[in-house]
Design a binder for this molecule. Sequence first.
Ligand code: ADP
Ligand code: MG
Length: 240
Amino acid sequence: MIRALGVKKSFEKQHVLKGVSLDVRDNETMVILGPSGQGKTVFIKTLVRLMEPDEGVIEYDGVDILKLKDRQLQEFRKNIAFVFQNSALFDFLNVRENMALYLRMHRAFREEEIEERIVDALRVVGLQEEVLDKFPEELSGGMKKRVAIARAIVKEPRYLFYDEPTTGLDRRNSQLVSELIGMLKKEIRVTSVVVTHDILLMREVSDRVALLKDGAIFSIGTKEELSPETLNYLYETGDE
Ligand SMILES: Nc1ncnc2c1ncn2[C@@H]1O[C@H](COP(=O)(O)OP(=O)(O)O)[C@@H](O)[C@H]1O
Ligand SMILES: [Mg+2]
């Protein structure tokens, strides 16, 4: 279980997170919903300590990761994978090298085994071996996103974090991303946190939804429990 307690983060005088508290249960898909500029990216980054909060506690199964030293933090990071909004593939590496990076650095696999794992992960996201030698710039937005998700899968994480996974994708690719998020929850029993302002995505993948507003969690519950006021607020922001 992930537990955030009173997480605060400011940039100079701008108080972005004013005390965010949230529990994410094992094997749950928690969607954090909110219009842009509300601090969703800042929050999801603090959850994995890609960004240090000013105050607060971030616990995984009772261990406060903000207190971990470098070595322990590295060990903890083996359990997590992060799918960035822009896919964050290295432009100068082909798909094979992008995907092999983690396995080469942290696991003692033979080359054949690395190749096998990469191909398996690509199959999961519906891509064929042809993409292995392609560079990111040769891929469509939807394919890049799938490679980014496949790269997360090869790590066999316990926790998966997605920042705006459908932004910039057409409906068909968005649908595919939704299906992948649902499938990974079932197949590898991953615990997922999805940050988005895409209400369709939220409907498709969420076990629970937390609404981030004015630097705090405004409401939390299942999608059925979202109040009409909450949804109105989201639609009325005119965000996409
Ligand atoms: N590294 C940073 N330095 C300064 N301000 C930042 C930084 N990261 C985010 N912010 C500010 O924090 C606010 C929330 O940003 P963000 O988390 O990206 O919003 P969201 O993901 O909900 O669209 C924005 O006003 C943004 O400008
Ligand atoms: Mg963001």
